[in-house]
Design a protein around this ligand. Structure first.
Ligand SMILES: Nc1ncnc2c1ncn2[C@@H]1O[C@H](COP(=O)(O)OP(=O)(O)OP(=O)(O)O)[C@@H](O)[C@H]1O
Ligand SMILES: *[C@@H]1O[C@H](CO)[C@@H](O)[C@H](O)[C@H]1NC(C)=O
Length: 315
């Protein structure tokens, strides 16, 4: 495998309503759509669509959503040999209301994702051991994530840890991951400092790096990302071309999936060029609605994104 992801599968259930319903109220919606999401499946789908050999370690319920999800992963050419099925809980769902002004309220019911245990990760040892990079985050039992990071470290497999959703008290995780990816609000939670822009993100990256990982990346939405590795004295800002953003849902997961692909399949590019290309691909996903529905296939992307020529030009 090029990329192995440990994480969640959720079915998004989106209802479009004139206004968000109050307690006890029934209102009539105008449209409904169902989508595949979850911070585990999302980067796995991104990775597979970019042509990388990808496996997902996850858990769904013994229900129609679980069956549908697995079929969708297979359609996306993802190895599902370690996507388990549990009878103890329903497949993870996220019922979402979106009102006419685009505001939303979201409920996440993790369900089966809570049954992705340390033991499930352990049983996928062979898969992790034979991969080029492990990708994980915190939308599952944090103990399962920590175990995956420890396994990768013991096998000398590179790991990319998206510390999302972030909380405090995650000190243990830093020493076991190689590449830590956070967005601005997560960087604020970890450092306790405000991260409103590029300059502060560079300072935050430097401060997080001291906690133990090898590389820290702070994603900055339309401003790209700030990157710093152990060998650097200062963080570097990697800008991204301006685009007309329409729906940024899942952009962070697309960034992580793309970055994992470049690092594992094109190591000669190096970190900064890989971040630049991951920015470009995440930027394309914000041009169209939905999460995985907005993720492109490699054959629909500019060939230069997979070429040998450096695209990143820093002044
Ligand atoms: N408006 C935008 N224009 C261009 N690129 C964008 C834009 N928004 C996001 N991106 C790309 O997506 C990456 C991740 O976005 P962001 O920093 O907002 O992460 P996030 O908050 O985890 O994303 P989300 O929660 O929307 O999935 C950015 O580093 C950038 O490459
Ligand atoms: C960062 O990601 C979290 C989810 O982990 C999300 O709730 C938050 O809105 C994001 N922040 C920014 C600035 O995009």
């Amino acid at each position: 495998m090029d990329v192995v992801v440990v994480g969640s599968c959720n079915i998004d259930l989106v209802s479009y309503v004139p206004r968000l319903p109050a307690a006890g109220e029934t209102i009539v919606g105008s449209k409904f759509s169902q989508g595949f999401g979850g911070k585990g499946a999302n980067p796995a789908v991104m990775s597979a669509r970019l042509g990388a050999k990808t496996a997902l370690i996850s858990m769904v319920g013994e229900d129609s959503f679980g069956k549908e999800y697995k079929e969708d992963l297979i359609k996306n050419k993802i190895d599902v040999s370690h996507v388990g099925t549990t009878s103890k809980a329903a497949t993870g769902v996220a019922p979402i209301f979106v009102n006419d002004s685009g505001e939303n309220s979201i409920v996440v019911v993790k369900g089966a994702n809570d049954y992705l245990t340390k033991e499930c990760v352990e049983s996928a040892k062979y898969l992790i051991q034979n991969s080029k990079i492990l990708l994980c985050n915190l939308e599952i039992d944090p103990k399962a994530t920590l175990h995956a990071l420890k396994m990768a470290k013991s096998f000398n497999i590179r790991s990319l840890f998206n510390m999302a959703p972030a909380t405090t008290g995650l000190e243990d995780y830093f020493q076991y991951c190689d590449i830590l990816v956070v967005n601005e609000s997560e960087a604020e939670i970890i450092t306790g400092m405000q991260v409103p822009g590029v300059q502060e993100a560079k300072t935050a990256a430097k401060s997080i790096l001291q906690k133990g990982c090898q590389v820290v990346i702070v994603t900055l939405g339309e401003n790209g990302a700030a990157v710093m590795s152990k060998a650097d004295d200062e963080a570097v800002h990697i800008p991204t071309p301006k685009v007309q953003a329409m729906d940024t849902t899942g952009a962070g997961d697309a960034f992580c999936g793309s970055l994992a692909v470049f690092l594992s399949t094109k190591p000669e590019l190096g970190l900064q060029e890989s971040v630049y290309r991951a920015n470009r691909i995440a930027g394309i996903t914000v041009l169209s609605p939905g999460t995985q529905t907005s993720y492109p296939h490699w054959k629909d992307l500019p060939p230069e994104l997979f070429g040998e020529e450096r695209l990143l030009k820093l002044e």
